[in-house]
Design a protein around this ligand. Structure first.
Ligand SMILES: N[C@@H](CCSC[C@H]1O[C@@H](n2cnc3c(=O)[nH]cnc32)[C@H](O)[C@@H]1O)C(=O)O
Ligand SMILES: [Zn+2]
Length: 432
């Protein structure tokens, strides 16, 4: 048996207490074998020093568009609709499969370096993203995002069919590290007739569903006008909600919709940085938590964030949650740490996000030896409010070491950055 010992650290346990403990990992099964006294292995095949560090579950980014790293800083300071239509979609039309691969590798390197071990993605040229995930050793929930507006009927149906086909084909790829979702882009960018035709097919195949919902007011008003019901009531009528569904954003949800989310077990991925940057609004996160809605955390794409650092996202979630509730006790440190770990993992259907025997061996080791993490009154507070992605020292996924002493083990980081820069430059040239 091949095993790995993470030794000498303090460990964040599932109940958010901190315990001095070693963690023993079975690399063959990719799971945690023991935490604490039972972890003292006679002679582990490999050892990672976590002395003075905090060992946490690998963070889970529950909503992103990873290849959009190529568009980081390309178009800023606009609202969602204008940003997508005027800037993003014209350039995305020029993306080649190689561009998506280069952008995905860049995004994955950024995530590995900041302690993220799993992500959920919405994009196109998905086999390229799957190949990058396979090479990198991370986990991902992938899918092809279908849009039907501004397409003829043939084009629209083909895009919906591709979303089904890609989800069926890639499920279980990369030794099971890849799973999939069926992905209508949003309730306003996919026509009702296509949802009526394809959602039942996705349900029949048992595919989980992921889409953008209630992100901006512009997305809510037309649906209310046309159907005389709230967007999530409309979605429920189309069998889009349920425990196998998680929606991105959920910013403009009213009380009845929060109830509907809780009743149906539908998950919500909160994306605070994107919501602030595009001025989409403030999601009522504390109200959703109080109502028993399952909430995870995501960065959204790098062009609306502009990074993929989940530590940033935790802090943004806490800050924005307080502002939205006008209550400093809302969305507290423990809530955001839970959202970024067990909360997101639960939405993605992963047995990750907790350091416990039997769970996936997906971990990050945070170096606490820094002025901004001193003194150590409360390490959960530090994770939420003071730590940064660059404090991550080691990252482990599926029992394999992806980052060792801040060195990415799975890719040549400089080559990935160089390729992404070149591809991004050529892409913008083509689009202009
Ligand atoms: N543009 C393609 C496919 C869409 S892929 C997923 C899309 O979501 C877009 N996207 C990124 N962030 C957001 C967001 O916050 N809300 C809605 N869409 C977004 C992203 O740019 C990408 O175009 C088509 O026309 O078929
Ligand atoms: Zn998005």
């Amino acid at each position: 048996m091949s095993d790995l010992l993470v030794s000498g650290g303090r460990v964040l346990r599932p109940d958010l207490t901190i315990e001095r403990a070693d963690v023993l990992i079975d690399q063959d099964s990719g799971t945690i074998q023991a935490v604490g006294d039972e972890a003292r292995s006679a002679a582990p095949a490999d050892e990672l020093d976590a002395g003075g560090d905090l060992v946490i579950p690998g963070l889970v980014n529950a909503h992103t568009h990873v290849a959009m790293t190529l568009l980081r800083g390309y178009a800023d300071d606009k609202p969602l609709d204008a940003w997508l239509q005027e800037d993003i979609w014209p350039v995305e039309a020029e993306f080649t499969p190689e561009d998506v691969r280069a952008g995905a590798e860049l995004g994955i390197v950024e995530m590995i370096k900041s302690g993220t071990t799993a992500f959920s993605d919405m994009y196109f040229h998905v086999p390229e993203i799957a190949a990058a995930v396979e090479d990198a050793g991370v986990r991902a929930v992938l899918g092809h995002t279908a849009v039907t507006v501004a397409k003829d009927d043939g084009g629209a149906r083909a895009d919906m069919q591709e979303s089904l086909d890609v989800a069926l084909e890639l499920d279980g790829a990369a030794d099971g590290r890849i799973t999939t979702t069926f992905q209508p882009h949003s309730l306003t960018t996919v026509g009702e007739e296509y949802l009526r035709e394809f959602v039942p097919k996705a349900r029949e195949e048992g595919l989980p569903i992921h889409f953008h919902a209630n992100e901006t007011e512009d997305e809510v008003d037309p649906l209310v006008e046309e159907h005389d019901e709230r967007p999530l009531e409309y979605a429920d009528g189309l069998d889009l909600l349920g425990p196998d569904t998680f929606v991105a954003h959920g910013v403009h949800v009213d009380e009845s919709e929060i109830e509907l989310l809780a009743e149906t077990g539908t998950g919500v991925v909160h994306c605070p940085a994107s919501n602030m940057k595009l001025a989409s609004g403030m999601a009522p996160v504390q109200d959703m938590l109080d109502a028993g809605v399952r909430v995870g955390l995501g960065t959204d794409g790098a062009a609306s964030n502009n990074d993929l650092d989940m530590f940033d996202e935790m802090r943004d979630a806490a800050m924005l949650g307080k502002l939205a509730a006008e209550d400093a006790s809302a969305v507290d440190a423990a809530s955001v740490v839970e959202m970024a770990t067990q909360g997101s993992a639960d939405l993605l259907g992963l047995d990750s996000g907790r350091i416990e025997a039997g769970a996936n061996a997906d971990l990050a080791v945070v170096d606490l030896d820094a002025p901004h993490l001193t003194p150590e009154h409360d390490l959960v507070s530090h994770l939420a409010y003071a730590a940064r992605g660059s404090d991550v020292r080691h990252t482990i996924c599926d029992g394999q070491v992806l980052l060792r002493d801040r060195e990415v083990q799975v890719f040549d980081e400089d080559a990935v950055r160089k390729r992404a820069s070149e591809r991004a430059r050529e892409l913008i040239d083509r689009a202009q």
